[in-house]
Design a protein around this ligand. Structure first.
Ligand SMILES: Cc1cc2nc3c(=O)[nH]c(=O)nc-3n(C[C@H](O)[C@H](O)[C@H](O)COP(=O)(O)O)c2cc1C
Length: 239
């Protein structure tokens, strides 16, 4: 392609164009490159994500950390036309969900730890990551801490889900796939779509379509760091 650009005597523009898109879609970006290249993609091509790549992304996503390693996040891949249409409707018609080959719904099982704690502690000990004493300490202290969170237990689970979603988003970006974090949806409807209507133990954290970008939005800018980054304390009243 580079040679073709030069032959037509339009190297500077085409070269810039090529390099820009190459950079945005480049496979094997560094973490820093992926962070810089990521934009909220509002339009996707119909290209699917090859199954081995998808499996690798799921594996990377699953490596995200969580509080106590309790892993409350439950991820649903929305892939059928029917489910995409339902989810897009629950998200006020956001078309990224219709266009992307796969949209991830990040849900949380707020009390899921209750069911899985034994297995989690056993795995931590048998992998030699955790001494038995540490596992015993978690067993003794974590349930009280979790229950003491009260209403905030949901918030804590959502934090874990957001970290997992961000891990996936950057892993996908590293492979040249774009995404768009989506908060604009009706929680009750999303829960109904993924089959957990009325289940109070389940919360929805995020909807994340992933695919090949059909457009490359410009960076919309950020506040000056002097307004968002501080040392030791935030000025009060907070700005
Ligand atoms: C938690 C979260 C929720 C968002 N929800 C939506 C959404 O519902 N629809 C949408 O089009 N963009 C959504 N965005 C994208 C933001 O508008 C976008 O990140 C912001 O404008 C900065 O642009 P950039 O991501 O390209 O840097 C969301 C972003 C985040 C982080």
């Amino acid at each position: 392609m580079l040679a073709a650009c030069c032959e037509h005597g339009q190297a500077p523009f085409h070269l810039w164009f090529f390099l820009y898109h190459y950079q945005m879609n480049k496979v094997g970006q560094t973490v820093a490159e992926a962070i810089r290249a990521r934009r909220s993609i509002k339009s996707f091509k119909s290209d699917s994500i090859p199954e081995p790549v998808l499996q690798e992304l799921l594996s990377l996503m699953q490596d995200a950390p969580s509080s106590w390693n309790f892993q409350p996040t439950r991820v649903v891949l929305i892939r059928s036309k029917e489910q995409k249409e339902a989810l897009a409707a629950a998200a006020w018609g956001q078309k990224q969900i219709l266009e992307a080959p796969v949209t991830f719904v990040f849900a949380v099982s707020i009390r899921g730890w209750d069911k899985h704690m034994d297995e989690i502690l056993k795995t931590g000990v048998s992998s030699e990551a955790w001494p038995q004493k540490f596992a015993d300490w978690i067993r003794e202290n974590a349930p009280g801490f979790q229950k003491g969170l009260g209403e905030k237990e949901r918030e804590y689970a959502i934090k874990d889900a957001m970290i997992m979603a961000t891990t996936l988003a950057l892993a996908a970006q590293e492979r040249g796939y774009g995404n768009c974090y989506i908060n604009g949806w009706d929680e009750a409807k999303v829960k109904q779509i993924i089959g957990v209507e009325g289940d109070k133990n389940i919360g929805i954290a995020l909807v994340l379509p992933i695919g090949v970008p059909a457009s490359h939005p410009k960076h919309p800018g950020r506040l000056h760091p002097s307004k968002t980054i501080f040392t030791d304390r935030i000025p009060s009243p907070a700005i």
